[in-house]
Design a protein around this ligand. Structure first.
Ligand SMILES: Nc1ncnc2c1ncn2[C@@H]1O[C@H](COP(=O)(O)OP(=O)(O)OP(=O)(O)O)[C@@H](O)[C@H]1O
Length: 262
């Protein structure tokens, strides 16, 4: 589904602030893969997402999505097939618009821009979709009135309504309290199954990375240093992951500095 070949991203090239954020990344994502990405701060996880979603151009390399070369395709076009959810629950929804207006916008995006109007039939459908979030009776409320957890759950729902083929989850539960984080995570799992999504999720929680999805990728200093799936992943433990991180990472540190854990 997605092929990244020899991807390098250099910020501020040729200056004293030059930073190689991604170095020769090769990654093949299969349709239906649910991948957890872990790695220390600054290892390139968000940059990888920014490259896939087209927020930043690559310095070198090629991006193929469903056999189409999208290396130069702009972010707005990629947003038709790649949905992204950020840590900040206020991103992804419009605070001063009602829930139903936000939802019709997401639906329009899913119908590839075809104009559709809000009517009672749509409201009924939205109500049904909002039931798992407990917002079925609040269609006319402005999104700004919602709690962080409710808003992130709505963002998730709107993202899947826009019918992406792939979703990028950038620590999307990290800003929520544990209860809401769990609710949003359960919803995430449900939608991934229901809408047969391919998903990449960045997390700092190693146990979660072991338990969630079918594949785990570890990054360090702009490189992928571990890529495990199936039984290999299922048999991992947090201790084993820390050990492998220490063995595989480019620089040696005296302690693990809480680099992977929350
Ligand atoms: N727009 C930018 N301009 C310059 N440097 C950048 C930019 N974005 C990221 N970087 C640098 O690239 C490197 C990788 O950053 P990135 O945000 O991808 O790391 P990360 O793994 O997502 O980190 P974290 O876990 O802290 O969010 C870092 O050294 C960062 O400072």
């Amino acid at each position: 589904m997605l092929d990244l070949s020899n991807i390098t991203k250099v910020f501020n090239p040729g200056t004293v602030n030059e930073k190689i954020a991604l170095e020769n990344i090769n990654l093949h994502v299969n349709r239906g893969d649910v991948i957890c990405i872990i790695g220390s701060n600054g290892s390139g996880k968000s940059t990888l997402f920014n490259i896939i979603s087209g927020t930043y151009p690559v310095t070198n390399g090629k991006i193929i999505f469903d056999e189409v070369d999208i290396t130069s395709s702009p972010e707005y076009r990629r947003a038709m097939t790649v949905g992204r959810i950020f840590q900040d629950p206020t991103k992804g929804t419009a605070a001063n618009m009602s829930i139903e207006d936000n939802m019709i916008t997401a639906m329009t995006k899913g119908m590839k821009g075809l104009r559709i109007s809000l009517n009672n039939e749509k409201r009924k459908m939205f109500s049904e979709l909002l039931k798992p979030i407990g917002l079925e009776n609040r269609l006319k409320d402005n999104v700004g009135l919602l709690s962080g957890g409710q808003r992130q759950a709505l963002t998730l729902l709107m993202t899947v309504m826009s019918k992406p083929k792939m979703i990028l989850l950038d620590e999307h539960t990290a800003a929520l309290d544990p209860r809401n984080a769990q609710i949003v995570m359960d919803l995430t799992e449900r939608y991934i199954k229901e809408y047969e999504l391919t998903a990449l999720t960045v997390t700092h929680n190693m146990q979660f990375a072991i338990d969630f999805g079918n594949r785990l990728i570890m990054m360090d200093e702009g490189s992928i240093i571990l890529d495990v799936s199936g039984e290999q992943k299922a048999n991992l433990t947090v201790d084993e992951l820390v050990r492998r991180f220490k063995d595989l990472r480019k620089k040696n540190f005296d302690d693990d500095e809480g680099l992977l854990t929350d």
